[in-house]
Design a protein around this ligand. Structure first.
Ligand code: ADE
Length: 235
């Protein structure tokens, strides 16, 4: 899976993509993440320089990201994807399938189920990270983007939503997690987990691991986990 991120703040992603499971997934080439900065797609010299954002038509607070630099950035990505496919075509990648996502707080919610679906369906995912009041709506119309929200709260931009999607989709790709079956949603797991010590002393109180987990009775343990699982995602 290749992720292509359209952002004016690519550095935000640096440490996240270097560390742990996602860092290893990139090193081992299960995924790749590339950045395209709309600022690099602004035409003009000093006399006719246009910024990446402008005032909204109809008035209102804040600024809107202009369509042209984003469209040009995405055009570049799409061209690059077509050359990539000529270089290295695996059976799964023979048919390039591109999904373009725009993050908007009020849109349909992103879920693990959706992550599962797109991890199988697409070879390339382009993520547009809006800033300010968002991006010119004509980008969505021209490119028929999928609009997604990551939750009922408003962030300062689409970079954190993009990181969340990269993380959640990547762990659906076989090889990314050490043990594919360790994906929480695939097994019976409770929202409560414990490790050593068996009795945790904290401020003169003892906090014990539930007895059933020490019983060695697998049937009982599975039943307990099932009961505890009731608050899991996407049930
Ligand atoms: N941009 C700002 N807040 C967002 C959210 N909650 N989801 C998606 N994009 C956003």
């Amino acid at each position: 899976m290749r992720f292509h991120i359209i952002t004016i703040f690519p550095d935000i992603f640096d440490s996240y993509l270097k560390e742990s499971i996602i860092g290893r997934a990139i090193k081992n080439k299960f995924i790749s993440v590339k950045f395209y900065n709309p600022r690099d797609f602004i035409r003009g010299n000093k006399s006719n320089y246009k910024p990446v954002d402008d005032k909204p038509y109809g008035g209102g607070p804040g600024m809107v990201m202009r369509a042209e630099p984003i469209l040009k950035a995405i055009e570049t990505v799409v061209k690059k994807i077509s050359t990539l496919s000529r270089k290295r075509v695996t059976p799964q990648e023979g048919n390039k399938k591109i999904l373009i996502i725009n993050f908007i707080p009020s849109a349909e919610k992103f879920t693990t189920n959706y992550a599962k679906t797109i991890s199988k369906k697409y070879t390339d995912i382009i993520l547009i990270c809006g800033r300010y009041e968002g991006i010119d709506a004509r980008v969505d119309k021209i490119l028929k983007t999928k609009k997604l929200s990551i939750g009922d709260y408003v962030l300062t931009g689409g970079e954190i939503p993009a990181m969340i999607l990269v993380d959640c989709v990547s762990r659906q790709i076989e090889g990314v997690l050490g043990n594919f079956d360790s994906r929480e949603e695939e097994r019976i797991s409770s929202s409560e987990v414990y490790t050593r010590p068996e009795v945790l002393k904290h401020k003169n109180k003892n906090y014990k691991v539930p007895k059933v987990l020490l019983s060695g009775d697998h049937k009982k343990i599975e039943d307990w986990k099932k009961r505890e699982k009731n608050d899991k995602i996407n049930k």
